[in-house]
Each structure stands twice: as C-alpha cells, then as structure tokens.
Design a protein around this ligand. Structure first.
Ligand code: UD1
Length: 429
C-alpha cells in the first residue's frame, strides 16, 4: 500500500484551488439513474470514490465519460436504459454512498436489489432510516442474506415523512426517490448540509419540483419524468476546511480559491478564536498565521450543518494538539470517531478519550513517526500533523486519503510543504 512521507517544518505559502465536493458529486452521479437523458457534471473531482461509483453506475447501464471541459474536469452520465437493477455486495461494500442507487433504481424501474453497505448490517451506522422512508413511499422491502430487495411495480407515491433524527444519507436518498413519486412528499427534520441543497438544485434543473431547499422541511411534488442537465458540483467544504487547518497548523499564508468561505463558518469561527486570521475573498478565503504566536485552545462539538462538521473534527483536534491549554472535542454524530487520537499520540500529542469526548492537552511540539491512516478524514489529519512534527512522519494506508482528496501532495507541495508519496508497486489502490 502507498504511504506518504512528510518532512515537518516549512511554512505554507501559496494558493490551493479547491475541488468539487466528493459528498455532493456522489449523490449527483446517482441522480443520472433517474433520466434517460444525459447529465453533465462539471467541476467533478477525480477521486477513488467517484471512480468507484462510476463502475457501479456502468453496470446499471449508465454510460460514464470523463473528459476535460472548459471549466476543468467534467463527466457525462447517460442512462438511456437501465440494464441491471442489481447492485452486488462486492461493489456496494466498498463505499456506503453507493447504497443510494436503491431509491433511484426503484423510482425509475419499479424494482431493485442492492446489497447492504459494507460491514453494516442493521447495527452500527445502519440504513434503517433509508428503508423506513422508502417503505413510506410505498416500496415493499425485504431483507435477505445481506441484500435489500425493493418492489414498487405501480411506482412510488408521495408521503409525509418525519425523520427521527437528522441523517444526510437518508435525506438525500429519499429525495432521489421522491422526485419521481406520484403526488407530494414532505420530508421533516431533513438534513440541511450544502451538498443536499446542491443535489436538490440539480434535480430542479432536471425538472423536479422541490420547495424548502436549504431548510429542514423539503416538499417534493413528484413529476413523471426528468430531463438531462448541466450542473457544476459545489466546492468541497471539507477539503477547504482541511487545507485551512493545514495552513493554520504550519503557519504562513494560504489562499484557497474556487471555494466558498460561507460554507465553513463553524470551522473558521473556531479558528479565529484559536488565533488564526481568516479573510473571506470573492472566490474563497485567505488563512494566515504568524508561526511565532502560539495557537490558543478552543473547545468544539460536532453537530449537523450548520454546526461544526464531524468530517473536520480530526483535523481540528490535530490543530489543538499544539495549542496552548486544554481543549475538549465532543463527537455527536458518529460513535468511535476518535481512531486518529492514538495515532496523534504516537507523534507526541496528549489526548485522552472518554466515550464521545476527547480531552486534548496542548504540547509544545510534535515529533515525526510512522502512523497509520484509519479513515478518510483521520488520514488527512495525520498529514496535517506531519507538517509541523520534527523530522519525518510517514502515513500508511493512504488509500483512505485517495478516496476524498484530489492531488493532495501536489496542492501542498505548491505551498512549500515537503511531502512525497512512496509508491507500493504491488498496490492496486
Ligand atoms: C454523510 C457524509 C459523511 C458525513 C456524514 C455526517 C457522504 C457520502 N457522507 O454520511 O462524510 O460524515 O454525512 O455529516 O455524504 N444513521 C442511522 N440510520 C440511518 C442513517 C444514519 O442510525 O439510516 C446514523 C449514522 O449511524 C450516524 C448518523 O445517523 O450516526 C448520521 O449519519 P448520516 O448523516 O446518515 O451520514 P452519512 O450520510 O452516512
């Protein structure tokens, strides 16, 4: 498996263009199942996850054409006919978001059989809300040997659905199915993440009728068919936040472009409180920190949007490892999302975790060491730590990083970081 080696020390100075959002692109790609006309997605990130979902879509009959467009990378999706409504375990297990093909396949063809997502029966990180919502829309659902079989031979029908708690995936999945249902669907306690707004606006451009976009009540008036569209993927606020934290950690001045500062104010408010300068610009943000001044400890609690994103928790914890004082980081969205803490401890961080809370006691400096990436966001936090750790830090299992960060080494090198990939020749990822 590839690893990444970082020599700590250099300040970061320069410009980093932000890519299209992975978490939006994945749902927009799935929307291509809903129409027999072409859907052109521009500002498309090229990531392991998007490539992987492209493979799954192809086996359903979607033609997927990656190309360079006027505004950078774009991908054309076209499903004149759905050739298979079966999504096998081998494909779905690798990425949870691929489960979201179920609703659109069902909406377009009246039936689908999709594997439950990886390592995930109805237990930790389940899909119960997704299934309850599809059932409310009139689908007959059976669970058998790790597969969900869903039938709606006469089509889906609108329903009033109140989610018991906020779920990004369940909101998007239900939206993707309800646009083609007969009648009106009302989704209450819907998630309000910007990627859901992006999906809803793209569906609207395809002819869907959706009210309440960006609020927690979505009203969807079903239509009989959708058309194609051209849609530009929203900037990746998690990538933007990760580089903002990287700049704050290393010190220096980094301009993030092709981005929207307004999508990450929960993070930048905390960064400002920690002593980082943040200056919004027309197309992003400038992050500045004088390396001679020590960061201050700040507490954070992860929340659903517009609160502090769980996907930025590992990065912020990393920043706090070298701040002056103690900070408490609370994780409200996922259990067990502190797997990066013991790896950061290998670099000299002082972190103790109790249930959903981590106490970070700021230390003067981190020391380079070999560490292991445990998940996507944790892996970028280890790279960020490596930017200031003395000597060399090597981050193993970087395939996690490749799932969500486009050309990470290139973007950081352009700002002066000393970072390189060590290729494992026998690696498939
Ligand atoms: C999405 C994002 C992920 C982000 C998360 C929270 C994508 C591809 N992934 O994940 O990066 O960290 O939102 O912002 O967009 N839950 C249930 N039952 C369900 C569905 C969810 O219990 O049917 C629970 C989950 O276990 C979790 C919580 O609800 O504890 C939130 O999950 P959810 O918002 O659905 O996250 P994802 O859509 O999986």
């Amino acid at each position: 498996m590839d690893s990444i080696a970082i020599q700590g020390g250099p300040l970061l100075n320069g410009t980093i263009p932000i890519s299209g959002a992975k978490n939006s692109a994945l749902k927009l790609m799935v929307a291509s199942i809903l129409t027999d006309q072409p859907l052109l997605l521009t500002n498309m990130p090229r990531l392991a996850d998007t490539k992987f979902l492209g493979r799954l879509l192809r086996q359903h009959g979607v033609e997927v054409t990656e190309r360079d467009g006027a505004d950078g990378q774009e991908t054309l999706f076209h499903a004149p006919e759905i050739t298979s409504t079966f999504a096998p375990y081998e494909l779905v297990r690798q990425m949870r978001a691929s489960f979201n093909v179920l609703g659109p396949l069902l909406a377009r063809t009246g039936h689908a059989k999709v594997s439950l997502p990886g390592g995930c029966t109805i237990g930790a990180r389940p899909v119960d809300l997704h299934l309850q919502a599809l059932t409310a829309l009139g689908a007959a659902i059976e669970l058998d040997e790790g597969y969900v079989s869903a039938m709606a031979p006469k089509g889906l029908r609108g329903a009033e659905i109140e989610f018991p708690f906020v779920s990004v995936g369940a909101t998007e999945h239900t939206l993707l199915a309800a646009v083609l249902a007969q009648g009106t669907t009302v989704l209450r306690r819907a998630a309000m993440e910007p990627e859901i707004g992006d999906l809803a606006r793209c569906l609207t451009a395809m002819g869907a009728r959706i009210e309440g976009i960006d609020t927690d009540v979505l009203t969807i008036h079903g239509v009989t068919s959708l058309t194609g569209a051209t849609w530009s993927v929203i900037p990746d606020r998690i990538e933007m936040g990760s580089y903002a934290v990287a700049a704050a950690m290393a010190g220096g001045e980094v301009r993030l472009t092709r981005a929207r500062a307004g999508l990450m104010t929960a993070l930048t408010d905390k960064m400002i409180a920690a002593g980082v300068e943040v200056e919004p610009t027309d197309d992003g943000v400038i992050v500045r920190r004088d390396p001679k001044q020590r960061l201050r400890a700040v507490d954070v609690t992860t929340e659903v949007y517009p609160g502090f994103a769980t996907d930025l928790q590992a990065q912020f914890m990393t920043l706090m490892t070298v701040a002056e004082g103690d900070s408490v980081i609370r994780e409200n969205i996922f259990e067990n999302r502190f797997m990066h803490a013991p790896e950061l401890a290998r670099l000299g961080a002082d972190i103790s975790v109790h249930a959903g809370e981590a106490l970070v006691k700021g230390v003067e400096a981190l020391q380079g060491a070999p560490v292991m990436a445990t998940d996507l966001r944790a892996s970028v936090s280890l790279v960020i730590a490596g930017l200031v750790a003395t000597g060399e830090t090597t981050v193993g299992r970087v395939y996690h990083l490749d799932r969500g960060f486009e050309r990470l080494e290139e973007k950081l090198t352009a700002c002066g970081a000393q970072i390189r990939r060590i290729k494992d020749e026998g690696d498939e990822h």
